[in-house]
Design a protein around this ligand. Structure first.
Ligand SMILES: C[S@@+](CC[C@H](N)C(=O)[O-])C[C@H]1O[C@@H](n2cnc3c(N)ncnc32)[C@H](O)[C@@H]1O
Length: 272
């Protein structure tokens, strides 16, 4: 019988020396954070400087792409608005082809690549093609958005766990453990939750959630055009329609902006 598997921590000398760790013929999956370039990790900023090919998603901000080295070939694989976005199969094929051509490939995703980033499909494509890879974390939208409302994702006495949900999955609106989510004090960060707002509201109320449950949406978290919508479960679809959010938005179930925020900022939209 074999013993427990242990892995030693990776040496971080390359960070101290200012060198990056991109390797020719390898793919680095990296998180670009929520948009503010100051929220990029030092490691990903260095990878941007060093990459020879950067395949980036739609929500990666222009300010972050501007940090790419001059040698980098930038490929937008998340186009929307000019026709259908590139298929996952094609993204995987391009990424693998660049790696097999011996390039230092950076696959740049918004936020953290491990959260609603379709990372596994791309890891599998690398594995099947015999291409090695590494993963560089980033700050996820929920972390930036909760900072934007002066709140904490967990709080002693309120919630000892927090859920990250998607509003929709490949089959349509995503089903969740509505009974658990409907309990007072629950906190959830809902990604891609704008279109599913009415569905989520209906399911939660059906499972006993209070209509007065606080709900807050943060659009363009961490960006100069960040907007905050403070509402309740009862008014969520109405207020959201009225607010006319057209940027990426994170929905918090069970959280309102911190009280003192209203006095500190004029971003707070009181529509309720
Ligand atoms: C495909 S998911 C990618 C999530 C990303 N991997 C992350 O960790 O943040 C896209 C969704 O993330 C959320 N999102 C991403 N960037 C955001 C931002 N700056 N502000 C608010 N929500 C954001 C939105 O809900 C958006 O529809």
């Amino acid at each position: 019988m074999t013993g427990p598997v242990t892995h030693t921590a990776k040496a971080t000398a390359h960070i101290r020396s200012g060198m990056c760790c991109l390797v020719k013929g390898q793919v680095a999956f990296a998180g670009s954070g929520p948009g503010d370039p100051d929220l990029l990790t030092v490691k990903v900023a260095r990878a941007l400087q060093e990459a020879e090919v950067i395949l980036f998603d739609r929500l990666v901000s222009a300010e972050i792409l501007a940090l790419a080295g001059k040698q980098a070939l930038l490929e937008d694989v998340g186009k929307e608005g000019f026709g259908p976005s590139m298929s996952q199969t094609e993204i995987c094929a391009r990424m693998v082809a660049h790696a097999q051509a011996g390039k230092k490939v950076l696959r740049l995703k918004s936020g953290d690549p491990t959260i609603f980033g379709r990372l596994d499909e791309e890891l599998t494509a690398c594995e099947e093609a015999g291409v090695t890879y590494q993963i560089m974390p980033g700050i996820t939208a929920a972390s930036a958005a909760v900072a934007g409302i002066g709140q904490s994702l967990t709080q002693r006495g309120r919630n000892s766990s927090v859920r990250f949900l998607t509003g929709h999955d490949m089959k349509g609106f995503a089903d969740q453990d509505w009974t658990a989510l409907a309990r007072p004090g629950e906190v959830a960060a809902i990604y891609m939750g704008k279109k599913s707002a009415r569905f989520v509201q209906g399911r939660l109320i059906m499972h006993g959630a209070l209509r007065s449950t606080p709900v807050t949406l943060v659009e363009n978290a961490s960006r100069p055009n960040q907007r905050i919508l403070e509402t309740t479960l009862d008014r969520l679809p109405t207020d959201l329609a009225e607010a006319g959010f057209d940027g990426p938005a994170l929905t918090f179930l069970g959280l309102a902006p911190r009280q003192s925020m209203a006095a500190l900022t004029d971003l707070n939209m009181e529509l309720a």
